[in-house]
Design a protein around this ligand. Structure first.
Ligand SMILES: [Zn+2]
Length: 264
């Protein structure tokens, strides 16, 4: 509840009902934990396999787009219209050369902080053209926020171009903390190896359910493209989430970040 005279007055007027609301915890509708499914790199297998599986369960995912294919634009727009979140993953996916082999001009080493900030702003324009939204979140390519060897997060924060930054490197231990105390410009997410099973995916969500925090999944290909999760493992996770709908808030990262911000 927001502080101030109105909130104070409401709490007094509501009495015990107001206190019960306060005791509800960080997530809406009494959910014990939040689960966010994120998908990187604008891969066609996500449109083919992830979006339909999410839609069938009534869940919204977060898709961080880079190197967008023109043939997929209409489908990304439709996904956004049906409630999925589109996020910024830069235009050309600048990663350290040692991590991601690409055109040397598109490696993190070849960027400056102003050039990457300008690319992020241009990708915001692209996303706006697709989904009509004014504001977007972002995921750093390869989980690294480097341009010409320097970290650009402070400058990105000062520029205010994105609402949050999803990083990588979540181990699962932080799920107990929710997003409280987590820097929204460095939200950890967890990736999984190619041969991950549904059971292993569920274990990460289960950790969040037990701990009352948040689990942010990081996927690439879904039964296609690269760094794949199998369709079966992905569907097993979705089915488990659907079976625990009352206890888990399955949402987009934008909504989870907004909720956490409002609770502070
Ligand atoms: Zn990526």
């Amino acid at each position: 509840m927001k502080a101030g005279f109105l909130g104070f007055g409401l709490a007094l007027a509501l009495g015990t009902a107001g206190q019960a609301e306060e005791a509800e915890g960080p997530w809406p509708d009494g959910a014990k934990a939040a689960v966010v499914l994120t998908y990187d790199d604008a891969l066609t297998s996500q449109l083919d396999n992830a979006v339909p599986a999410l839609d069938a369960a009534g869940f919204n995912g977060t898709f961080f787009l880079s190197n967008i294919k023109q043939a997929d634009v209409a489908r990304w727009r439709a996904a956004a219209e049906s409630g999925h979140e589109l996020g910024n993953h830069t235009i050309f996916h600048a990663c350290p050369a040692a991590v991601w082999a690409t055109d040397p001009r598109n490696t993190a080493e070849d960027y400056t902080i102003p050039s990457i900030l300008s690319e992020i702003e241009q990708q915001n324009v692209m996303l706006h053209a697709i989904d009509g939204k004014q504001r977007h979140g972002m995921a750093t390519p390869c989980g690294a926020s480097l341009a010409g060897g320097q970290d650009y997060i402070d400058e990105l924060r000062a520029a205010g171009s994105v609402d949050y930054v999803r990083a990588a490197g979540a181990t699962g231990n932080e799920v107990r903390d929710g997003l409280d105390g987590v820097d929204v410009m460095n939200v950890p997410a967890r990736g999984f190896p190619d041969d991950v099973t549904g059971e292993q995916l569920i274990a990460y969500a289960e950790q969040a359910r037990q701990g009352g925090g948040i689990a942010v999944f990081l996927f690439h290909g879904v039964a296609g493209d690269y760094l794949q999760v199998s369709d079966a493992a992905h569907r097993e996770l979705i089915a488990w989430l659907a079976a625990h709908r009352g206890e888990l808030w399955v949402t987009t990262l934008a909504e989870a970040v907004e909720r956490a911000g409002a609770q502070r």
